[in-house]
Design a protein around this ligand. Structure first.
Ligand code: CTP
Length: 403
């Protein structure tokens, strides 16, 4: 999955001959899963039509503050457009537009939007070779970069003038590759290794029966997806679930029993930076597993159970520099019990699941959690979709590991 997927991308198109390539850029961005809107300078419409770009982006294209031909026209709100974007790409970016961006000369909708945008801005210059090398242009690049904008350098080749040199806008595929690489490099969890456990464990009674629980694994899977989305290298050790993963970079290791989960978790814990143990591990397993299916008896059946290894507690003992996160499912004295568990298992953070609220718990799509850190600071959250709960948890972990 591309890091661009799901992003709101605002494409700024200015009046250069390379504007014809912006149609292809929109198509590629949409294919990558981005939501695309286009803002053009008025003269860019001489090079590519708004109809082409609106058809490809499936969104209205903006080029002026008001649509003069429509008597019921509304003011095009550049502030809203700028704030809407997760990323603003100006391609092609002419010398004229770049210089206005550098000077804050807001004489069209594109520049006004640029000045309102709070998101990362990328610009792909396109101009003739002498213009590209002119000290004024070079100074403009410098100013824009000092604002935190990122240049996607022009390439070398034949230019519209017939001259050959640097000034061609980077090819759309290369612009996309540049964006993907740059975004991935700047992700907050880039370079971090995450170990996540999820789902239930099944403890065999005989070849066809087991002791298990109702955990769906949804919370752990959402945490794995969110960690990977933010750049982490994720190993997910999963008990039996019916869930699938969207992010192909997540390495899933399927296990069945607490013992298997324990062995895999121990193995990956050594080299991880963050371990989040959200699995609902069975606390007990049958002491003897029958080799053959147990036949029905006239009397009752008594199973002798023994404890499974406490994975979280044993990782707490082994812990070096890893940031260790556990879950607690409590029904009474919730905060006190969770704090005790945090200390006892040598954790850095504990996620307290409350079962006392509606719409939460096993199988549900929503959850309500309170996080408690090692200094007993609590972070209470409301009832949310599990995907949003995962975002809250990962955000707090990012704050803690970068502190
Ligand atoms: N856990 C584990 N290994 C086990 C049991 C639990 O790693 N054998 C982990 C879970 O993944 C979770 C945390 O321990 O992160 C808390 O589980 P919970 O059932 O709330 O607590 P327990 O420690 O089992 O204690 P109790 O059931 O008595 O509350």
């Amino acid at each position: 999955m591309s890091v661009i997927s799901g992003k709101k991308v605002l494409l700024g198109v200015t009046a250069g001959i390379a504007a014809y390539k912006s149609a292809y850029l929109v198509r590629l961005l949409v294919k990558k899963g981005a939501e695309v809107r286009v803002v053009m300078t008025p003269s860019a419409k001489d090079f590519v039509t708004p109809l082409t770009l609106s058809t490809l982006s499936k969104n209205e294209v903006f080029s002026s503050f008001v649509d003069e031909e429509n008597e019921n026209a509304q003011w095009n709100n550049h502030v809203a457009l700028g704030l809407w974007a997760d990323l603003f790409l100006i391609a092609p970016a002419t010398a004229n537009t770049l210089s206005k961006m550098a000077q804050g000369n807001s004489d069209n909708l594109l520049i006004a939007t640029y000045l309102s945008a709070k998101c990362p801005v990328y610009f792909a210059p396109a101009m003739d070779l002498d213009m590209y090398q002119h000290p004024s242009t070079l100074k403009t690049f410098e100013i824009l970069q000092s604002f935190g904008n990122t240049i996607i350098p022009a390439t070398h080749g034949e230019l519209a003038s017939g001259l050959v040199g640097q000034g061609r806008m980077a090819e759309p595929e290369d612009i996309i590759a540049f964006l993907e690489e740059d975004i991935a490099r700047k992700l907050p969890l880039k370079g971090k290794k995450f170990l996540i456990t999820a789902g239930p464990t099944y403890e065999a009674i005989d070849p066809v029966r087991f002791i298990g629980n109702h955990s769906s694994g949804k919370m752990g899977y959402a945490i794995a997806e969110e960690s990977a989305r933010l750049g982490a290298e994720v190993v997910l050790i999963s008990g039996p679930t019916s869930l699938s993963l969207h992010n192909e970079s997540i390495r899933k290791i399927s296990v069945t029993s607490a013992q298997e989960m324990y062995e895999q978790a121990k193995h990956y814990f050594v080299s991880c930076d963050v371990a989040i143990l959200s699995a609902a591990v069975a606390d007990y397993r049958p002491k003897q597993v029958a080799v053959q299916k147990i036949k029905k008896m006239t009397t009752g059946l008594t199973l002798e159970l023994e404890k499974t290894p406490d994975i979280l507690a044993s990782l707490g003992v082994e812990k070096q520099d890893q940031f260790l996160v556990g879950f607690a499912l409590e029904t009474e004295n919730e905060l006190e019990n969770a704090k005790t568990k945090l200390k006892k298992k040598n954790l850095d953070l504990i996620v307290l699941n409350s079962l006392n609220d509606e719409g939460v718990g096993f199988g549900a799509d929503t959850n309500k959690v309170t996080l408690i850190d090692a200094s007993n600071k609590t972070y209470p959250f409301g009832v949310k979709e599990k995907g949003d709960v995962a975002k809250d948890i990962i955000q707090i972990i990012i704050e803690k590991i970068h502190a």
